[in-house]
Design a protein around this ligand. Structure first.
Ligand SMILES: Cc1ncc(C[n+]2csc(CCO)c2C)c(N)n1
Length: 220
């Protein structure tokens, strides 16, 4: 079995908590309170800045030029696409770029981003990929699920968000990430090492759930 499939199967409870979280369900049926989504979106912008640094660390930790290019694509996807999507959505709801960039980081944002950066700093490329995988691949699964249920309809205020993650472009980025991680595993994975990699993957799933929960807490 390929590494990503194995991790997802072994971390099934954490994966389900994350990808079927209440926040996701409410976003899907359009009933998520706007203040929850706005808090999430501002925090996600701050999260992505740190994620760009994590991908940049991936360049540093890459054993091959091909790996460096994959990490570089991650940096570019965040700086050129993801952050701009956030600014676009925040703008629609009256928040400016300055307001977003000056917002203080909430604790779950700090916990998740510093966890990923530390996994990469103290480990090798595979450790970093295991910590990044739930984020990159989980959002593709969530986008796919919501779109299959028809949640990306015109009446859903979160239609644009769902369309972004169910898009061909994002699905293919997530598939490429999965193959990239599988390729690294072919080179460096051993059975002795597997539990540590699984533990990083599980923790990242838990931190994703905490991130959704932070959004739900913002309800006034
Ligand atoms: C909490 C949180 N988790 C995952 C993503 C999704 N995501 C993270 S980096 C990136 C760009 C491509 O790697 C994408 C789509 C997010 N935005 N926020």
């Amino acid at each position: 079995m390929k590494l990503f499939e194995r991790l997802k199967a072994d971390a099934a409870p954490q994966w389900a908590d994350y990808t079927q979280h209440d926040f996701v369900e409410q976003l899907g049926d359009g009933k998520l309170p706007l203040e929850c989504f706005k808090h999430y979106l501002v925090q996600d912008y701050l999260f992505l800045i740190q994620f760009a640094r994590a991908y940049a660390l991936g360049i540093y930790k890459s054993p091959r030029v091909a790996d460096m290019r994959m990490s570089l694509e991650g940096v570019k996807a965040i700086l050129d696409v993801e952050l701009e999507l956030h600014i676009e959505l925040c703008g629609k709801w009256g928040m400016s770029r300055d307001e977003i960039e000056q917002a203080p980081e909430d604790t779950p944002t700090m916990a998740y981003t510093r966890f990923v950066l530390d996994a990469g700093m103290s480990g090798d490329l595979l450790d970093l990929q295991a910590a990044l995988a739930p984020c990159v691949i989980g959002y593709a699964e969530i986008g796919r699920q919501l779109s299959a249920k028809g949640c990306d309809n015109d009446t859903n205020p979160y239609q644009r968000w769902i369309q972004e993650y169910s898009s061909e472009a994002y699905q293919s980025l997530a598939n490429d990430f999965s193959s990239w991680m599988d390729g690294t595993a072919d080179d460096v994975m051993t059975e002795r090492r597997y539990p540590r990699v699984l533990s990083l993957f599980e923790k990242a799933c838990r931190l994703e759930s905490d991130f959704w929960q932070m959004g739900l807490r913002a309800k006034v």
